[in-house]
Design a protein around this ligand. Structure first.
Ligand SMILES: *Cc1c(COP(=O)(O)O)cnc(C)c1O
Length: 436
């Protein structure tokens, strides 16, 4: 429920429970999720957790919840069958139900504040709309999210939902939210809660699909290693993959697929973690410079909190962190990386469509591009498909000259009235608005 730790850092579990993958053979997604999550939630009866997991994924429009599609370019794990058609639903549907469960038990209330580059906001709203004891305020960069993403947020009419179009970038929105949470007094007095991937429960929920999709591959029988390619922005998704590896999943490489905002690619290639201006791309949910969740991985890389703290201070003061050769080779044991600009994204969408008649969204295309760039073995590589192509229809149309078929939940948005507030890029404005 806390989001950020009181010293301004992120929370991690004290240890990672180990999973015997043989026990997952033949299990459906909900049961795999239960096995993965119960190790982190031993303060909740397993039966209750099971009920919440079932409730959370009942709204998904595919009966397997996470279908795996085999193509010549690798396996695509479709994580986008939830109510807002992006992978964030997988975690946020569960988070909304967990919040409601805990708040009912404590008779408490929660004032959720979150920043979004597009998909988190709508998925968070879908996760908590109408839930008792919860109010949600979402900040997004005005004019920098797709039309569908904006409508998914601004057409929700529940009283507990508030959307703000902020005059700034995603990083500005995120900085406002971080500043509010860093003020421990303010946070306590106003019962602030987080839904950004700084919330550990979201990371935890995302670990499950790494296990589940692995188990669907032929290689699972022998326990062989595979790669996961992860379209990355804030490093939450790929960090969940790293945790899966630490919990015993046989992962060879976790590939950090970036777009033109390539700070993580530069980090992996030459140890250059220096922030740059954010450039808008075809894959807006990855238009990020500072990846909050990298901090979680850096704790493991450095092996202690003091060195991590020094690095975070360095980042704040100088806009960059420098890494020694030693640390970099340690990092490369687990991670590889790639970067795709807009023309590579379009080219990749065209290539996959030509070879397999399969349409991928521009975020997923950054991932598919790295399979070719890094010469990964398609038979042993899972690419996380993070959004439904119809969510980014204009890019698909530009690349293929056809429209991606819109699912029912997107079609119906066009006719709904919208509701949002234009807001300045100022912490003070939000302090006033969020005071209870
Ligand atoms: C959020 C998002 C990403 C980036 O995920 P992170 O966990 O922030 O790295 C990639 N693709 C889509 C479609 C997203 O919504």
């Amino acid at each position: 429920m806390t989001g950020m730790a009181e010293d301004g850092g992120l929370l991690l579990p004290a240890s990672y429970p180990q999973i015997d993958i043989k026990k997952l053979t033949g299990l459906g997604y909900e049961d795999v999720a239960l096995e993965v999550l119960r190790g982190y939630m031993d303060d909740m009866p397993a039966g209750d957790l099971q009920t919440l997991i079932r409730k959370s994924y009942a709204s998904f429009d595919d009966k397997s919840i996470i279908p795996l599609i085999r193509t010549r370019a690798g396996y695509f794990a479709e994580l986008f069958h939830g109510p807002t058609y992006a992978f964030k639903d997988v975690a946020l549907q569960l988070l909304g139900n967990l919040f409601e469960y805990i708040l009912a038990e404590r008779r408490g209330m929660l004032n959720i504040v979150g920043a979004t580059s597009g998909d988190t906001g709508s998925a968070a709203i879908a996760g908590v709309r109408g839930k008792k004891g919860v109010s949600i305020s979402i900040l997004y960069p005005d004019g920098r999210v797709s039309a569908v993403q904006e409508r998914q947020m601004a057409t929700v009419s529940d009283d507990n939902v508030h959307t703000y179009a902020v005059a700034g970038t995603f990083d500005d929105c995120q900085n406002i939210v971080k500043a509010l949470f860093a003020d421990v007094e303010f946070k306590r007095a106003n019962q602030l809660g987080a839904v950004n991937s700084i919330n550990w429960a979201r990371i935890a929920a995302q670990i499950a699909y790494y296990f589940y999709t692995y188990m669907q591959l032929p290689v699972a029988i022998s326990g062989g290693k595979i790669n996961f390619v992860v379209p990355t922005g804030n490093f939450g998704n790929v960090f969940a993959g790293y945790v899966a590896k630490r919990m015993g999943l046989p992962i060879d490489k976790l590939v950090i697929a970036t777009n033109k905002n390539d700070i993580l690619h530069r980090l992996v290639q030459n140890g250059d973690y220096s922030t740059d201006d954010v450039v808008p791309t075809h894959s807006p949910s990855m238009d990020i410079q500072v990846s909050s969740n990298l901090e979680r991985y850096l704790f493991h890389l450095y092996g202690n909190a003091d060195r991590l703290k020094a690095a975070m201070v360095e980042l704040k003061d100088t806009g960059s962190i420098t890494f020694s050769k030693e640390l970099l080779s340690k990092l490369r044991v687990d991670f590889e990386s790639s970067s795709a600009d807009d023309s590579a994204i379009e080219e990749t969408i065209r290539r996959i469509y030509a070879s397999d008649k399969y349409i991928i969204d521009p975020h997923t295309a950054c991932g598919a591009a790295s399979v070719a760039q890094l010469h990964l073995d398609p038979e042993n590589t899972i690419i996380l498909a993070t959004a439904h192509p119809a969510k980014f229809g204009s890019v698909i149309e530009k690349a293929l000259n056809i429209m991606a078929t819109e699912p029912a939940g997107i079609k119906q948005l066009a006719g709904l009235p919208t509701r949002r507030t234009k807001a300045p890029n100022e912490v003070g404005y939000f302090r006033k608005i969020l005071s209870i």
